[in-house]
Design a protein around this ligand. Structure first.
Ligand code: PMP
Length: 399
């Protein structure tokens, strides 16, 4: 109960009933401490950063750099210079797909998986088009698990990059990240992990994982929208060219040529999203007050209960039965299109997502038009599960 009380929006109603928010894979709600941190920044020390000629600028810079340290600790990076602030996962992947251009030779492979979100597909297609590289896709089985034999076939000495999701936003599958990274390293491929769905739900340790890059969005872990993270190994970041040019990222500029800052500033051209970086720092501090094991087991219990009850409802088909699942249930009602089911749930105050979830190729692979997705977070409770089940049962009688 105390956790729910930390999130003011959970007090509101939706369609005349208490809100049941089960669209956490799209974005999480924000605790008051995060909203207050953003407010407090604007009310007390709003100023541009890194050009501190006055007290406000000094305080804003310190607050933002403290957030970078909080992220470093959260992912267990070796130093804060390995943390680049971006707008989110999408921008972080696009940044990489641009700065890695020079490392990709025509004919080399960029390997992804069938589970990927569009933002971990399209930037690589664009890079492949520019460089003459080709995309190879590691298969999943019908349950939504990565096929490790296929991974072994697809990862060859011709692989330049392996980019894959840590947790599938469509099915909730937890991928065997450490194993995939080891396989990619064995063929000298760079490894990029899309942690958009994992960062909140799984313990995160980039050193233990051994990946070269790890990316995630703040808004899925109780932080504001518009702020995200690119973690990169420092030696690698130092070797990479900038992406966008402008203020902040330079060391010296003349009309003839410019020299660039060291990471992370080399990759942070222009005035950064100071307020929301501070909000991200506050979200990570908040998360630290809740033991990770408690968070995961609370979510797992709700998901397990919801799954077994949903299976009892006539006409419900669970889409994806991965061996390891995190916080997401995708399902269909035989009687109706997922969008119609989503609307019927919404009418009962239950917020879920319906559609392809930016996973069109995955939906195609599974032979479904889309799914209804209920995704859980720490503040969900048994009452939310009961309301979901009631709403699905009612929807099934309408369709
Ligand atoms: N990857 C995955 C697995 C996601 O779930 C999402 C968000 N749905 C993204 C990437 C893109 O994140 P963002 O829109 O915050 O950039």
């Amino acid at each position: 109960m105390s956790i729910r009380a930390d999130f003011p929006i959970l007090q509101r109603s939706s369609r005349g009933r208490p809100l049941v928010y089960l669209d956490n894979a799209a974005t999480s709600q924000k605790p008051a401490v995060v909203i207050d941190a953003v407010n407090n920044y604007y009310q007390t020390c709003n100023a541009n950063v890194h050009r501190a000629a006055h007290e406000l600028a000094e305080q804003a810079t310190e607050a933002m750099e403290n957030a970078r340290i909080a992220v470093r600790n959260f992912v267990n990076a070796t130093r804060e210079e390995e943390i680049v602030f971006t707008r989110g996962t999408t921008e972080a992947i696009n940044l990489l797909a641009n700065v890695l251009s020079d490392r990709i030779k025509s004919g080399q492979d960029i390997v992804i998986t069938e589970l990927e979100h569009h933002s971990n597909i399209v930037p690589w297609q664009m890079l492949a088009q520019r460089t003459g590289a080709q995309i190879k896709v590691i298969a999943i089985d019908d349950y939504g698990n990565i096929d490790l034999d296929d991974a072994a076939n697809k990862l060859t000495p011709n692989t330049a990059i392996l980019a894959f999701t840590h947790v599938s936003n469509g099915l909730g599958s937890i991928t065997p990240a450490a194993q995939l990274i080891a396989q990619a390293q064995a063929v000298n491929a760079l490894t990029i992990v899309d942690g958009a769905q994992a960062a909140l739900h799984l313990p995160l340790d980039v050193q233990a994982l051994g990946c070269d890059f790890y990316v995630f969005s703040g808004h899925k872990l109780y932080a504001p929208t518009g702020i995200g993270v690119l973690y990169g190994r420092y030696d690698l970041l130092c070797e990479l060219p900038p992406w966008q040019g402008g203020g902040e990222m330079i060391e010296h500029v003349s009309f003839e040529q410019s020299t660039y800052q060291l990471p992370p500033y080399r990759f942070e051209a222009g005035t950064p999203n100071i307020a929301d970086a501070i909000g991200l720092g506050a979200a990570l501090s908040y998360l630290q007050t809740i033991p990770r094991a408690q968070l995961v087991s609370a979510e797992d219990r709700l998901v397990t209960n919801a799954l077994s009850e949903l299976r009892q409802i006539p006409g419900v088909r669970i889409v994806g039965e991965p061996e390891q699942r995190s916080a997401v249930i995708s399902f269909l009602l035989e009687q109706g299109h997922p969008n119609d089911v989503g609307t019927l749930l919404d009418q009962q105050g239950v917020a879920v997502r319906a559609g392809h979830h930016c996973n069109m190729p995955l939906m195609q692979r599974l032979g479904v038009p889309g799914t209804v997705r209920a995704s859980f977070s720490l503040y969900n409770n048994d009452e939310d599960v009961t309301r979901l089940l009631e709403a699905v049962e009612k929807a099934s009688t309408f369709l």
